[in-house]
Design a protein around this ligand. Structure first.
Ligand code: PRP
Ligand code: ZN
Length: 283
């Protein structure tokens, strides 16, 4: 049995639960106890506050955990980073009241900065030789300049809407962050085997994201040109049709280049283009 610590609510909760469910690891959502065992995979889920996850993994209370890079690098606990999960991306930035003239990082010399991430901020300021007064607040950091508690803030920025609604302006991006899978340094063989199976599934889910399975009918005379348009992707499947001048082409397309490629395929005479989502992809 492997025990994973996840955030009980907040920024990472939903994405984490989606990842487990897409990996076909069933976790009952009706029972909201602290510890829940999966009904079809040797995994137990321990729901914690994000701030408590790194320590629980470092100490072995949990074997692995999913936590924001921001939280992990702030707390400095000794656990290993197993993988970057690619979701819950955000940045940690310095922001100041929007009407202030910003003159560069020097602006912060002698200023008071409110944050929940004092260690990351202190390292950054030391590295740049800035002497700022770091004021630790645990919630609603963004309101502190407005009420005269600080000159600026250092906090998570995702969409930026929290800054806008508090009349703040982002002036420096200090670091970027995403969800991490971290692990205890002393897992036994059995736990490693379960972890590897879970990672294999996560990878299959991730490979399938942003990919579509595309099927189309195309004139045989255009096969060469069509395969050139599809280049970069693994060799497409070509299936003969009853009509000898036509064939069916099946391939996997990247969401990012999707419309561009579909446009070209239509110009080359492709018809009846079907697009379906891919649930998992084993490379
Ligand atoms: C963070 C941060 C901001 C907000 C920024 O809070 O403290 O309030 O997100 O996001 P935005 O740029 O999309 O507006 P979070 O939701 O993580 O909650 P917490 O600070 O209470 O943990
Ligand atoms: Zn938190």
């Amino acid at each position: 049995m492997l025990r994973i610590a996840v955030q009980s609510k907040g920024r990472l909760f939903e994405d984490t639960m989606n990842l487990l469910s897409e990996a076909d690891i069933k976790i009952s959502s009706s029972k909201r106890t602290l510890l829940i065992q999966s009904s079809n995979f040797p995994l137990e889920v321990l729901y914690l506050r994000d701030d408590d996850i790194p320590q629980s993994v470092a100490s072995g209370v949990a074997d692995v955990g999913i936590v924001g890079e921001n939280e992990f690098s702030e707390c400095g606990e000794d656990a290993q980073v197993i993988s970057h999960l690619g979701f819950s991306r955000c940045r940690l930035s310095l922001a100041i009241p929007k009407e202030c003239d910003y003159t560069g990082l020097q602006w912060f010399n002698g200023k008071k900065i409110a944050t929940s991430y004092p260690n990351i901020l202190r390292r950054y300021m030391n590295k740049h030789g800035i002497n700022a007064d770091i004021h630790v607040i645990t919630g609603s950091v963004e309101i502190s300049p407005g009420i005269g508690l600080a000159d600026g803030i250092f906090d998570i920025v995702s969409s930026g809407s929290t800054l806008v609604s508090n009349n703040l302006r982002e002036v420096e991006t200090v670091t970027e962050s995403e969800a991490l899978l971290i692990g205890n340094r002393h897992m036994d063989k059995e736990k490693h085997a379960i972890l590897n199976e879970m990672l294999f599934r996560f990878e299959a889910v991730r490979s399938a994201q942003d990919k579509k399975y595309v099927m189309m009918n195309a004139p045989k005379a255009k096969i060469k040109e069509i395969t050139e348009v599809l280049s970069g992707i693994k060799s497409p499947t070509i299936i003969p049709l009853a009509d000898e001048d036509w064939c069916s082409i099946h391939t996997v397309l990247d969401q990012k280049r999707f419309w561009e490629i579909i446009g070209k395929l239509k110009e080359l005479g492709a018809q009846g283009i079907l697009v379906t989502p891919i649930e998992k992809m084993i490379l």
